[in-house]
Write a protein that binds this ligand. Structure first.
Ligand SMILES: [Zn+2]
Length: 395
């Protein structure tokens, strides 16, 4: 960890503590601090308690030093926001893009960005634009390689956005961004992590040895297309019985409707939506399950079974320290999470589950924007200029 990140995650902190944690000499820390304070990334904040000698000055990160423009591309919406370096939002806009695809989608995105950026007064305070999107992304070149649902193939988005707005731009897969955000902001300092998101679609982000695992062409973590039912429902990917077709929100919504229409099973999920099936939301399902509604619990049981099969496969394969669950019909769904835990425990080798933690995300559901920030911070502060600076100082 470098000096700036140490202050960001542990400040207010004294010079001596930084030196100890980062393992560089106090003189080196002093030089770096001077530079960081000069650029206003770090400020003095009060005096710490003495351990014998003079009371030390404490330093803290200045999250308002600059802002970023965070963009979350989804199948049905484009969300834009101004965030400071701690993720506080000052401006936000959501555009509905239902059924917009391909070039038209990119055209909408560029227009939305243009209107949004033009409405901001102090544009010079921005360090960059960070865009997260579903699909396979070449993050190094900022190219969306493959997104079947949005009909996007080989879109050189970074180049396009940088040329139009003259701001450093980052493009990253949404699941990768979320797992980095969990590590940076979510109190999950694990080296081996599986981040599993079950929402509109199903995907995962994987951290191996403290690094994002992308696979050869960037498509690692497509857990939604893991077979959980041999010979099951045919999937758009070409496979059969893919997890996504059994547990994503569209699948669960269809399951709720079929219970209501065909089996005439009374359930409080539909009641919660005032008996208007088109108004049923994931939160209705979660509430009903937590209140013990029999139909909701039956669906929870089925869901847990499929998810447990998938998690067990991954656990045996990659042996992570933690599995973090995310998604609107999953988070705060206590019966579901506890059923998943029990089923995984029952199926998995003891050596794998011995110190394993399965927990829900600490960051809430609406965290794609935070993911975008995490991607930018990671680049700006870890592999970016301050690492170079640190290395120079060390020499
Ligand atoms: Zn599939």
């Amino acid at each position: 960890m470098n000096v700036l990140n140490m202050i960001r995650s542990n400040g207010p902190i004294s010079k001596a503590e930084i030196a100890e944690q980062v393992q560089v000499s106090p003189t080196t820390v002093a030089t770096i601090l001077m530079k960081l304070m000069d650029e206003d990334y770090v400020r003095e904040e009060g005096i710490g308690s003495s351990t014998g000698g003079r009371k030390p000055i404490l330093y803290r990160f200045n999250p308002d030093k600059s802002n970023i423009i965070a963009v979350s591309m989804r199948n049905s919406s484009i969300q834009l926001a101004v965030l400071n370096l701690e993720g506080d939002r000052t401006k936000e806009r959501i555009y509905n893009v239902e059924n917009v695809k391909g070039e038209t989608y990119i055209h909408y995105l560029m227009n939305a960005l243009s209107i949004f950026i033009n409405s901001i007064n102090n544009q010079k305070d921005f360090v960059g634009i960070a865009i997260v999107c579903p699909g396979v992304v070449d993050a190094k070149n900022g190219t969306i390689l493959y997104n079947a649902k949005l009909d996007l193939y080989d879109v050189e988005l970074k180049a396009k956005v940088e040329q139009a707005f003259n701001l450093q731009t980052y493009v990253e897969n949404d699941m990768n961004a979320l797992v980095i955000a969990e590590k940076q902001f979510g109190d999950a300092p694990f080296s081996e992590m599986l981040y599993l998101s079950i929402d509109e679609g199903v995907g995962s982000g994987i951290i191996v040895n403290d690094h994002l695992f992308r696979g050869y062409s960037g498509s690692a973590g497509e857990i939604g297309h893991m077979s959980v039912v041999p010979g099951g429902i045919g999937c758009s990917c070409g496979n059969q019985g893919c997890l996504e077709n059994y547990v994503s929100w569209p699948a669960i919504y269809a399951r709720i409707l079929s219970a209501w229409f065909t089996q005439r099973e009374e359930n409080s999920i539909v009641e919660k939506a005032n008996r208007m099936p088109e108004k049923i939301k994931p939160s209705h399902f979660v509430e009903a399950a937590c209140e013990g509604d029999p139909v909701a619990l039956k669906i929870v049981e089925e869901m847990a079974e499929y998810i447990a099969v998938a998690i067990t496969n991954v656990l045996h394969f990659m042996n992570p320290q933690v599995v973090i669950l995310h998604g609107e019909h999953m988070v705060n769904n206590e019966p579901l999470i506890s059923a998943i835990k029990k089923k995984v425990e029952r199926r998995t080798m003891k050596i794998v589950t011995k110190s394993l933690e399965i927990r829900q995300t600490a960051l809430g559901n609406d965290m794609n924007l935070l993911g975008a920030l995490a991607v930018l911070l990671q680049d700006e502060m870890q592999v970016g200029k301050y690492n170079v600076f640190l290395q120079q100082q060390k020499v």
